[in-house]
Design a protein around this ligand. Sequence first.
Ligand SMILES: [Zn+2]
Length: 290
Amino acid sequence: MKTLTKAIYLAVGLLFGTVPALYSQDMLAAQSPLDKQMEMIDSIALRDMLLNETAIFPAGELYDTWTNDRIRFNAELPDSFRVDLRGFTMPTTNTKITDIFGYRPRRRRVHNGLDIKVQKGDTIYAAFDGKVRITSFQRRGYGHYVVIRHNNGIETVYAHLSKKLVTEDEIVKSGQPIGLGGNTGRSTGSHLHFETLLMGKNINPALMFDFERQDVTNDFYTYRKGVHQEIDKKSGKIVESAEKLYHKVRQGESLSTIARKCGVSVNTLYRLNKMNSKTVIRPGQRIRYR
Ligand SMILES: [Zn+2]
């Protein structure tokens, strides 16, 4: 798939002139009118093929496979990747955030998305152009949910829907209704659980979507490997710092053995986790060490 995709990208470059102009001009100059005509026909056929290809394999430059299972998967992410956010649609017109992205120390679990208050039956829209990868139901989890892979490389998840309006492998346009808001699965009160992923890795949707302002944060979002990104509330700009790293506590471990394993001091663990010498840790708990 990848080789084919690369060949197609090169072809796109030739078609739309991103391959050096001199080269393509020389090619044209050396052609007879008939050849030119033939090339036009070929171009149209090729363009149709390319449009089809983008539709069949959205973001084919990033993804090797297309499956209708597993939201998350392990893939080697590029060091950085720029996501084009232009052409977005807000998934809901509702603006109230009821839960943010990130680790919940109290519940000892990670919240992979953003929760937005919606009423049952509210229309949920596709965030960008793309293709529906998963439509499924998880009684104890996401309830009715939809996963879309977008042409810009991002995947989005829409969960706890009362109804799904699309089917797997369906091509969708930005702003197309894909479901209705609801309270299915593990959910208390109707809301939209919204996730954004890049190559199987969850990214904080707030870095791209500002539901309160009903706008994207910028025309482009740049993912950087190993970098923690946060939105500065005052400026609205993305602030970058070293990525936070966690250690999952195993049976028999103490803060001092964890500190040694992670190559940091016990005091660092105290500080990062708001702990002290009296804190009791339990297996399965996540301890931040960077
Ligand atoms: Zn949620």
